[in-house]
Write a protein that binds this ligand. Sequence first.
Ligand SMILES: *[C@@H]1O[C@H](CO)[C@@H](O)[C@H](O)[C@H]1NC(C)=O
Ligand SMILES: *[C@@H]1O[C@H](CO)[C@@H](O)[C@H](O)[C@H]1NC(C)=O
Ligand SMILES: *[C@@H]1O[C@H](CO)[C@@H](O)[C@H](O)[C@H]1NC(C)=O
Length: 390
Amino acid sequence: MKMNSRSRLMTLWFVISVALCFNARNSVSASKQCNFPAIFNFGDSNSDTGGLSAAFGQPGPPQGMTYFHHPAGRYCDGRLIVDFIAKKLGLPYLNAFLDSVGSNYSHGANFATAGSTIRPQNTTLHQSGGFSPFSLDVQFNQFSDFQRRTQIFRNKGGVYETLLPKAEYFSQALYTFDIGQNDLASGYFHNMSTDQVRAYVPDVLDQFKNVIKYIYNHGGRSFWVHNTGPVGCLPYIMDLHPVKRSLVDKAGCATPYNEVAKFFNRELKKVVVQLRKELPLAAITYVDVYAAKYSLISHPKKHGFEEPLRACCGHGGKYNYNLHMGCGAKIKRGGKEILVAKPCKDPSVWVNWDGVHYTQAANKRVLEQIVDGAFSDPPIPLNMACHRNL
Ligand SMILES: *[C@@H]1O[C@H](CO)[C@@H](O)[C@H](O)[C@H]1NC(C)=O
Ligand SMILES: *[C@@H]1O[C@H](CO)[C@@H](O)[C@H](O)[C@H]1NC(C)=O
Ligand SMILES: *[C@@H]1O[C@H](CO)[C@@H](O)[C@H](O)[C@H]1NC(C)=O
């Protein structure tokens, strides 16, 4: 009898202390969680969810084949890293700012377009080596206009209230960036040497820095900045200017282009450090997407991939990539259209989708690697990125 009540007491004590312990833990992490109500994204095709296609036409099938089952404005068989970011934060996938029909911006907007650069280019999209006219400065102008006009319309009530973000979301939102790859690629497309490209990187980053400051002045506080990926591992670069064997690394990537990307990233990290000093209320997390992507390419098996370098969807050559016959390209033969740049059987085991972009499976693996802060500086997880420190 005595033993029994004592052991009961012990059990009760145990249950209570476990409960207290759990509670304490939950409240610590709960207070650190940011509950972002919206995402505003800036970038290039790595995060374009329909911007370029709204302005210049949809990329055709087999884009979107794995997830949306139809082209969905993304250069991918399915979802992008930014889609997985939205999902992780419990928010709907972002609609492109340029996509006026059927879009719902209540939880953010996407200003990224494929082919975007940080610096405005002096070429049109249809020239060789031409990139998107929606460079980062233009994306900022669009954001600024979006912020001002959504509030005018939101005040009219009715359906506008359900389609447009609340005013306070602009300071509570997560601002995400994935841009710079095309600033490097544009130099290579103009036949510049890696030294020439390296030489203009500081100018590119100055312009990036300005845009972060402008957004801060518009109320933005939480910034999640992806660095640029290993562009020297992408078929479109390796096919354009192949390098000597001695300059190919163990993973099969062209070292000189990756060295420039790493240089860009080191300089970007310095810019982030300066910005933290200049913008005292900003939490700016630098995310090493380069390392996360390179890991997929250098250790594919570890991540469940079988084919790390060649394009899943393309035509011919060493990398199943041909600049003039991109994914989905058809030719006419005897009055019939024949699909020559077909997708691989199982994109889920391929890292590269079309020679330029990653597959949905790869994008998902990148997100899984970065989401907990293992690739962040400071080591802040995605859902705590409103904090300057842990
Ligand atoms: C475009 O032209 C302007 C004016 O000549 C120049 O300042 C700028 O650097 C050029 N942009 C690029 C990406 O070359
Ligand atoms: C827009 O999306 C939000 C959040 O998903 C939803 O509550 C709202 O009803 C949507 N508005 C319309 C008009 O569909
Ligand atoms: C780059 O060089 C290639 C091969 O020499 C040439 O065909 C192409 O027109 C050049 N591109 C530019 C933008 O100068």
